[in-house]
Design a protein around this ligand. Structure first.
Ligand code: OSB
Ligand code: MG
Length: 369
C-alpha cells in the first residue's frame, strides 16, 4: 500500500459538560485529525489524543501539530508499506511523541482495513463483536452533582463507574457514593495526585471495595507503585506509566499493578497496543481500553482495539452523546441498555466520517503529497 497523501487538521469541539481531573478542567477539545490516502483514492482516518496542555503527559495539541506536520507527514508521504504494522518504522527517527505517531499510524490501519474490505476490529485480530462499557466521571462542583451523574449512568446501563479523585475529593466522596450505590462496580482514578506518603489514604479506601485504583502515584513512576501495591489490597491499575510493551512487562514483573489501562495514543498506535495486549495476556494481567475524550474517529479506533482478547474489563469507551452535541461520525456511538457497544461490521473503523461537519469545525489544515 502506498501512502500518497496525508492531511492534518485541527477541529474545535466543545464538550457538553466540562471534564475535570486532578490536573485540570477541559471545556473544549482541540482535536487533531489525520486523513491518509492511497494510490487508489481510498482513505483512512486517525485521531491524535493529546490534550490541550502538557498535563496528562508531555504531549499536547501544539507539540503534536508541529511533530505531525513538520516531521511525521514528510516521513510517510509517498512511501510504500507492506502493511500498516510497518508505518511505525517509517517514523522511528522521531523519539517519543507517541500520540502524534498514533494519529498517523491508526489512520493507516483504517485505510488498510478499508482496502481489504474488512472491519478494522477483525483486521486487528479482535475476538468479540460487542464490548463492555464503563464511564469516567470527572470531579464535580458538589457531591450531589456527582451522585446524580452516577445515577444517570447506571440507569443507562453502564457496567462500571470510575470517578476522578484527588486530595480533598477522595475518601469522603467515595463514602457517599458507596452509601448510595452499595453494589455498583466502582473505581477511582487519581491521575498521579498522590505520593507514597499518602499510603494510609489508600488503606482507608479498601473498605469501599473498589475494583481498582488507577494511577495513584507519579505519571512516570513504576517502582513506587510496586511499593504501594505491596501495602494495599485494592488492585492498582496503571495508566500514565505504561507507554511501551516493556513498561508493561516491567510493571508486571515487579508487581506495580494487577490491571492495565491501554490507550492507543499513549502507547503509539494499534501495532504497539497489540504488543501490550500480548505481553499482558501472556502474564495473566487483564487490560481495558482507556479514553481521552475522543471524537468519533478516535472512539471508533478504541472500539476496534477493545475487541482484542485480553480486553477483559469494561473500558472508558462510552456514547458520543456524553461528550458532544453532534459527533463527527455517522451514526454516533451508542450504548445498549446492557452497557455494551455493538461493534460495527462495515469496512475500516465502521463509522462514516462526516466531512461537512469536520470542515465546519476545522480551524487549520496542512497536507503533504
Ligand atoms: O486518566 O483516564 C484518564 C480523560 C483525559 C485524560 C485522562 C483520562 C481521561 C478520562 C476520560 O478518564 C475517559 C473518557 O471518557 O474519554
Ligand atoms: Mg487514567
Amino acid at each position: 500500500m502506498k501512502i500518497v497523501r496525508l492531511e492534518l487538521r485541527e477541529i474545535r469541539l466543545p464538550l457538553v459538560h466540562f471534564f475535570e481531573t486532578s490536573f485540570g478542567r477541559t471545556t473544549e477539545r482541540r482535536i487533531l485529525l489525520v486523513r491518509v490516502e492511497d494510490e487508489t483514492g481510498a482513505e483512512g482516518w486517525g485521531e491524535c489524543t493529546a490534550g490541550e496542555g502538557p498535563f496528562y503527559c508531555e504531549e499536547w495539541t501544539e507539540t503534536a501539530w508541529n511533530t505531525i506536520a513538520g516531521y511525521l507527514m514528510p516521513m510517510v508521504a509517498g512511501r510504500e508499506v507492506e502493511s500498516a504494522s510497518e508505518v511505525n518504522s517509517l517514523m522511528k527517527a522521531v523519539r517519543g511523541n507517541r500520540m502524534a505517531k498514533a494519529a498517523v499510524e491508526t489512520a493507516c490501519w483504517d485505510l488498510e482495513a478499508k482496502r481489504a474490505g474488512v472491519p478494522l476490529w477483525k483486521h486487528l485480530g479482535g475476538v468479540r463483536g460487542e464490548i463492555a462499557c464503563g464511564v469516567s466521571i470527572g470531579i464535580q462542583e458538589t457531591v450531589d452533582a456527582l451522585l446524580e451523574k452516577i445515577q444517570r449512568e447506571t440507569d443507562a446501563g453502564y457496567q462500571r463507574i470510575k470517578i476522578k479523585i484527588k486530595p480533598g475529593w477522595d475518601t469522603a466522596v467515595l463514602e457517599k457514593v458507596r452509601e448510595n450505590f452499595p453494589d455498583i462496580q466502582l473505581m477511582g482514578d487519581a491521575n498521579s495526585a498522590y505520593t507514597l506518603a499518602d499510603t494510609e489514604i489508600f488503606r482507608e479506601m479498601e473498605k469501599f471495595n473498589l475494583m481498582m485504583i488507577e494511577q495513584p502515584l507519579a505519571y512516570d513512576d513504576i517502582f513506587d507503585h510496586a511499593k504501594l501495591q505491596q501495602q494495599i489490597k485494592t488492585p492498582i491499575c496503571l495508566d500514565e506509566s505504561i507507554r511501551t510493551p516493556s513498561d508493561a512487562e516491567h510493571a508486571i514483573e515487579i508487581g506495580a499493578c494487577r490491571i492495565i489501562n491501554v490507550k492507543l495514543g499513549r502507547v503509539g498506535g494499534h501495532a504497539e497496543a497489540k504488543r501490550v495486549e500480548r505481553v499482558t495476556r501472556e502474564r495473566g494481567v487483564p487490560v481495558w481500553c482507556g479514553g481521552m475524550l475522543e471524537s468519533g474517529v478516535g472512539r471508533a479506533h478504541n472500539i476496534a482495539m477493545s475487541t482484542l482478547e485480553n480486553f477483559r474489563l469494561p473500558g472508558d469507551v462510552s456514547a458520543s452523546a456524553r461528550y458532544w452535541e453532534e459527533d463527527v461520525v455517522d451514526p454516533p456511538v451508542t450504548v445498549t441498555p446492557l452497557g455494551t457497544i455493538k461493534v460495527p461490521d462495515a469496512p475500516g473503523i465502521g463509522f462514516a466520517v462526516k466531512i461537512a461537519r469536520i470542515d465546519e469545525l476545522t480551524v487549520r489544515r496542512e497536507s503533504k503529497g
